[in-house]
Each structure stands twice: as structure tokens, then as C-alpha cells.
Design a protein around this ligand. Structure first.
Ligand SMILES: Nc1nc2c(c(=O)[nH]1)N[C@H]1C(S)=C(S)[C@@H](COP(=O)(O)O)O[C@H]1N2
Ligand SMILES: [Mo]
Length: 417
């Protein structure tokens, strides 16, 4: 026997009492998410293309079984040189900024999660299943993305496949949701106010509303303020330089990289990569292979080759950037010419001294090798590279993700590998 004073269960619409809920609030948050998530998806796809995943041997590809999901891959360009810094900075910054909006949106529809019966019809069952993929997919993508930024590969290596396949599952459910809800959203945005519960066919409006503690405008303001706070404490890591100090939430912002020409962001130190000083001393040689030939060069020999400069940033998938640094060293295409590949040099496999780790080697495409700003850098900001920045030599490539900027290089193989 139900006592009149027992609170209703969450499966009852009268359990949910906030007078803020309603189709208009949900629609407003939904439109912001539609714009934001579309941007996240596009910049995410671009980031994957920027990794050169379809280069021979699958050296760079963390999702070799992607099949048709790689349909859109194209040759990532080398200009403008700040391209990846912008696309990935947007991906990470917008992702973090959207967190309060996503949480508010989920809050605004949470009564629907408990609706009984679980399915009224086959169509309704299908719709609820797609909502499961939608909500689960959104949470999964945000959580894996944020963990990757904050904790430096909590799931080493497997972050990429998780985030990649998760994105496709999520975006499928998201597209279906946008199409199904478009009419309702447009209607809710046209009507200036949310309907009273009696006229509400969305099941969002409280049937027994409690007393408001904040106006709807105030609630939206809180969400916006939360987003703004996250934005201002994150964006600095992508902008770099002085702005890094404002990046309170960006994990790499706090680590002091020291001062001087080498005083900028270090992702992985020589010590953590297991680089021993005796391997980078006078006995170090660079092996250049290709076109059936092989040359070995000491660092002083490399310094007698024509030296070129390029102002380029390191920009990591995690969203941070070093800002433009003045690198100098030998053009990769000049090194290809040393083994006779001076006309239309091919792509290159770059290998480092490092014995273990996912990023000890990387493949660059022919357009990257041919760009005159792609260097085997020996110096930065007029000084020798520091051990942590890749001494004796590291790769820099315009517009490419940080992961392709191999440090402690020991071997270059042009063409087939
Ligand atoms: N040998 C080697 N090179 C490497 C890496 C690595 O782990 N090992 N990390 C890469 C990644 S993911 C990035 S973002 C940049 C970071 O460069 P930095 O530490 O000089 O800022 O170096 C790249 N080069
Ligand atoms: Mo990176």
C-alpha cells in the first residue's frame, strides 16, 4: 500500500522536480553541443590524417584494422606551418570547454533515463538503444580524451584505438539523434517559453515542480561561466609562450622547462626514454639509407653540410604547443640527395636511439621530406639541442603533430622500409 508521504520513485515523472527542465533548455544546450561536437569530430578526423596512418608499413598507424573508416584519409599538407597546432589546439580546448555543457545537457534529460516501461514498441526500443550509444559514447569520448591529456597515456598505445573507434560509434548515434530531434528542437527554440507540464509531450517538464532556486537564465549563466573558466585555464597551453602561465589545468603547463633557448616544453625527457649519454657522444653516427646506398655521418660532418633555419612549433596531440622555435640543421631533402635521391625524394622512416616506446620511430611522407623547412635539427634558438630536446639530432616538420618530431635520431631510411 502506498503511503501518500512516500516520495515517488525516479521512474515516476513526479520524482523530478526541478522547474528548470524543459524542451527549451534542452534544445539550447543541444544546439551548442551540435556545433561543438561537429568541430570535435572534424578536428579529430584531421588529427588522425595528420599522423600519416596510411604510409607503408603502418609505422604510424595505431588503428591498423580501421578498414573503411579510413576512407577520407588524404596527404596532410605542410602549410600553413601552424595547421596542426590550430586543429589540435581547437580539438582539445573545445573538448574541455564543452564539459559543463555536456553535463548540463545530460542533467536536463535525466528523467527520461528512468522512463518505464523500458520500451513501448520496437521503434521505441531502438530509439532507447541509440540513446545508450549516444550517452555512453559521449561519456567515453570525453573521459578517454581528458585522461589522455591529463595523465599522459593512462592506457599506453591503446588510447588511439579506443578514442578512434569510440568516436565512430558515438558520431553514428549522434547523427541519428540530431535528425530525430531536429523538429522538436526547432519548435522548442521558436516558442519563447517552455510549455506547462500539461502541454508537454517531451516528458522533460516537471509535473510537480519544486520552488526554483535559480532562474533558467541563471543556470545557463553558470554553465557558461564554467565553460569560460575551463577555456581560460586550458587555452594557454596551445597558445604557448607567456599564455602557458594561464594554463592552470593543463598538466604540462606547470612543469618548469628551465630558461634559455632550450627552455620550452619537454614531453619525454632523455632519462625517461632511456637515452644514455655514451650513445649520444662523439661515437654517435647518423645512418642514411635509400636508393640502394648507405652513408654514415658524425655530428661534426652534419654541421659541415649546408645549415638552414625554420621557425616551427612542436604541437602535441594532447593540445599543448611549444610555440614557434627557431630550429636549424640539415634539410631532409639534402640528406636524401646524399644517397642519390635528389630528384623527387620519397618518404622516410625515422628511427631513434630509443629502444622501447611507441614513439621511437615515425614515417614522413614525400611532401614532408620535400618541404625546405623539414629539418634534421641540430640546434634550437642558436644553441645546441639539449639532451631532453633530442641531442644530437631531432626531426622538425611544418604542420605535423609532435609525434612525428622524432628525437635522438639514429637512422633515416628513404623510400622502401
Ligand atoms: N625518440 C622519441 N621522439 C619523440 C618522442 C618520444 O617519445 N621518443 N615523443 C614525441 C612526441 S609525442 C612529442 S609531442 C614530441 C615532444 O617534443 P618535446 O619533448 O621536445 O617537447 O616529441 C616526439 N618525439
Ligand atoms: Mo605528442
Amino acid at each position: 500500500m502506498g503511503s501518500p508521504h512516500r516520495p515517488p520513485p525516479p521512474t515516476s515523472q513526479s520524482f523530478w522536480r526541478s522547474p528548470l527542465r524543459g524542451p527549451r533548455l534542452t534544445a539550447l544546450l543541444g544546439v551548442v553541443l551540435l556545433a561543438g561536437i561537429t568541430l570535435l569530430f572534424v578536428t579529430g578526423l584531421l588529427s588522425y590524417a595528420a599522423y600519416n596512418p596510411d604510409l607503408g608499413g603502418g609505422v604510424n598507424d595505431k588503428t591498423p584494422d580501421k578498414g573503411l573508416l579510413g576512407w577520407y584519409l588524404f596527404s596532410w599538407p605542410t602549410r600553413p606551418y601552424w595547421l596542426y597546432r590550430v586543429t589540435q589546439g581547437l580539438h582539445v580546448t573545445v573538448g574541455i570547454t564543452l564539459v559543463p555543457v555536456l553535463l548540463a545537457k545530460l542533467w536536463s534529460v535525466i528523467p527520461k533515463l528512468f522512463t518505464l516501461p523500458p520500451a513501448r514498441s520496437a521503434g521505441h526500443a531502438l530509439e532507447r538503444l541509440s540513446l545508450l550509444l549516444l550517452v555512453g559514447g559521449a561519456l567515453f569520448e570525453f573521459v578517454t580524451g581528458i585522461l589522455n591529456i591529463q595523465l599522459e597515456y593512462l592506457f599506453p598505445g591503446s588510447f588511439y584505438p579506443l578514442h578512434f573507434y569510440g568516436a565512430w560509434v558515438f558520431i553514428g548515434a549522434f547523427a541519428a539523434h540530431v535528425v530525430l530531434r531536429a523538429p522538436r528542437t526547432v519548435r522548442a527554440l521558436r516558442e519563447r517559453t517552455d510549455p506547462p507540464a500539461a502541454a508537454d509531450d517531451t516528458g522533460l517538464v516537471a509535473t510537480r515542480p519544486g520552488r526554483p532556486t535559480v532562474t533558467r537564465r541563471g543556470a545557463l549563466g553558470l554553465v557558461g561561466a564554467g565553460s569560460l573558466l575551463l577555456f581560460t585555464t586550458t587555452a594557454g597551453q596551445s597558445i604557448g609562450g607567456w599564455w602557458r602561465r594561464t594554463a592552470l589545468l593543463a598538466p604540462h603547463g606547470g612543469r618548469d622547462p628551465g630558461s634559455g633557448p632550450n627552455g620550452f616544453q619537454v614531453n619525454k625527457t632523455a632519462a625517461t626514454a632511456g637515452i644514455r649519454t655514451r650513445d649520444t657522444g662523439d661515437d654517435w653516427r647518423l645512418t642514411v639509407e635509400g636508393g640502394g646506398r648507405r652513408v654514415r655521418l658524425s655530428r661534426s660532418e652534419l654541421l659541415t653540410l649546408p645549415q638552414h633555419g625554420a621557425a616551427l612549433p612542436i604541437a602535441c596531440v594532447e593540445g599543448w604547443s611549444s610555440g614557434d622555435q627557431q630550429w636549424s640543421g640539415v634539410r631532409l631533402r639534402d640528406l636524401a640527395a646524399l644517397v642519390g635521391l635528389d630528384e623527387q625524394p620519397p618518404g622516410v622512416l625515422v628511427e631513434s636511439l630509443q629502444l622501447h616506446g611507441a614513439f621511437r620511430r615515425a614515417a614522413l611522407r614525400d611532401n614532408q621530406v620535400r618541404d625546405p623547412r623539414t629539418l634534421l635539427a641540430l640546434r634550437v634558438g642558436g644553441a645546441e639541442l639539449s639532451a631532453d630536446h633530442g641531442y644530437p639530432a631531432r626531426i622538425v616538420v611544418p604542420a605535423a603533430p609532435g609525434v612525428l618530431h622524432t628525437k635522438w635520431v639514429s637512422r633515416l631510411t628513404f623510400g622502401e622500409w
